[in-house]
Design a protein around this ligand. Structure first.
Ligand code: DQA
Length: 152
């Protein structure tokens, strides 16, 4: 994962997309979403890697590896959004752009989902647009990276 533009990380249970509570999370599998992300990134000349993990330690290790090697991270931390100070701390060290995404709108759901430990260290948050949250996040990454270029 050396010198890629964009790392997309999806956390726990997102490997079950399509089968998992489809009324909330939609009917597309993560493979289908990742394949669209790869096309969209290619069209925009962004080198992308897409990973899913159910393991907090694996996600932390990925973020450590991305530091100095990746320009932007799109992360859907799943339930770790609401629990993981450790993922937040790893993201705090990451020196690029961070977009937090959610398929659902956690603010429109149970109270325990209203707190995100990740938002405070993210460049921005996109939530509530189903699979489109991921595609909108790529547009946000493009904007943020181009903004940096014009400020150079
Ligand atoms: C989620 C929202 C979280 O609250 C939940 O635990 C998930 C998915 C979303 O994409 O809407 O696993 O991150």
């Amino acid at each position: 994962m050396i010198n890629i533009d964009l790392l997309v990380i999806s956390g726990p249970n997102l490997n079950l997309l399509g089968r998992r509570e489809p009324d909330i999370y939609g009917r597309k599998s993560l493979e289908e979403i990742y394949s669209k992300i790869k096309n969209q990134s290619k069209k925009n000349n962004l080198n992308v890697e897409c990973i899913q993990s159910n393991s907090e330690s694996k996600i932390i290790k990925l973020i450590h590896e991305a530091t100095n090697n990746v320009k932007a991270i799109i992360i859907n931390p799943g339930a770790f959004t609401h629990t993981s100070i450790a993922i937040r701390d790893a993201l705090s060290v990451f020196d690029g752009k961070i977009i937090e995404v959610h398929l659902s709108n956690p603010h429109d759901r149970e109270k325990f989902r209203h707190l995100s430990l990740i938002s405070g260290v993210s460049s921005g948050v996109i939530a509530g647009f189903g699979e489109n949250s991921y595609y909108l996040a790529i547009e946000a990454v493009k904007l943020l990276l181009n903004m940096d270029k014009t400020n150079e």
